[in-house]
Design a protein around this ligand. Structure first.
Ligand code: CIZ
Ligand code: SF4
Length: 319
């Protein structure tokens, strides 16, 4: 509508005026994703967001996603101004892994390599040997396993268990989950498959094991988008945040994408398959932030120095 058009124009002008670039996650509102594309910003997973923010010449980054993504951008580019439409957008994995408890847990297992998911606080990253995203989790753990290393994995227990099953590595798991992916139900997917027998099932490994087992493709958001594009199926059942449908539909306009059910009886709960924190990013808050700069991301200088090490190792490993 007219209001949206106005916000979009306003944001475009402000980005230009301030030499700022918009970095958005696949789970944000399609309006935000398309705006990032139109303005030369980026729409991607957390790994590519990190790389893009670091490599882009703009002095100001505005990150539409959740807190750990803004923090990662700041850690990798301390000299840049990093803004977010809100500083309240967190993540259940970040919340489920408080640094004091996590650090004590690591201290109890000093012989293990500490691998943490990008969905963690700067302080947890600072305590880690490695940071990974779901797009490189398997490869990195395989690499460490081949060197005979034992591993602590935090915070997502489903992703950790998946990595453990796939690599055979000795992995000690932290007990936390993503409130979105944890809700997908195998029974509901099986029922939906009966209605659409030719549908391929795409699953993000933050989902429970029973759901992963039903998958025709398991992977990070970018890997699932590629699968949607490259697999010959016309219909897909997708077990990840429905924000991803924007990009899947764009890459494969003639295919049909169905939300994987979050209820055991096949009923889909509209709000379950969408992250409430990603949903806090909106056109109005984005425009306001570019005007007011009231949500600048700050990370303690000592933490930046420490957390930068495993983050740069992640980027180098992903090359
Ligand atoms: O669930 C998330 O927050 C994901 C998939 C983040 C990412 O790595 O892009
Ligand atoms: Fe965290 Fe899950 Fe939201 Fe991703 S979708 S930000 S893992 S709560």
């Amino acid at each position: 509508d007219a209001e949206k058009v106005e916000y979009r124009e306003q944001i475009k002008a402000l980005l230009k005026e301030q030499n700022a670039v918009l970095v958005a996650h696949y789970y944000t509102d399609p309006e935000i994703q398309s705006l990032a594309e139109e303005t030369g910003g980026c729409v991607s997973d957390s790994l590519e967001m990190a790389r893009f923010g670091k490599d882009h010449p703009a002095q100001t980054l505005i990150v539409a996603g959740v807190k750990f993504m803004g923090e990662t951008a700041k850690i990798l580019s301390p000299e840049k101004t990093v803004l977010m439409p809100t500083l309240e957008a967190t993540c259940s994995l970040d919340l489920g892994c408080p640094v004091d408890e996590f650090s004590a847990f690591c201290d109890q297992h000093p012989e293990r390599e500490v691998v943490v998911y990008a969905n963690t606080s700067a302080a947890v990253k600072a305590r880690a040997d490695w940071v990974v995203t779901s797009s490189i989790a398997l490869e990195l753990v395989e690499h460490l396993h081949n060197q005979g290393k034992k591993i602590i994995w935090a915070p997502d227990k489903h992703l950790g268990a998946y990595v453990q099953r796939e690599t055979g590595a000795d992995v000690l798991l932290w007990d936390s989950a993503c409130i979105v992916h944890d809700e997908f139900k195998a029974k509901g997917i099986e029922d939906l498959k009966k209605v659409h027998p030719d549908a391929a099932v795409l699953v993000h490994p933050e989902s429970p094991e029973a759901v992963v087992k039903l998958a025709d493709a398991v992977g990070s958001t970018s890997q699932l988008i590629n699968a949607a594009k490259n697999m010959p199926n016309d219909v897909f059942i997708v077990a990840t945040d429905r924000g991803i449908f924007y990009k899947m539909q764009q890459m494969a306009p003639h295919k049909r994408f169905l939300e994987a059910p979050t209820g055991g009886n096949g009923a889909t709960c509209r709000s379950c398959a969408h992250c409430p924190w990603m949903a806090m990013n909106a056109l109005d808050s984005l425009a306001l932030e570019l005007q007011q700069h009231s949500n600048e991301v700050h990370v303690d200088a000592a933490l930046i120095e420490q957390a930068m090490v495993p983050l740069n190792r992640m980027l180098a490993f992903a090359e």
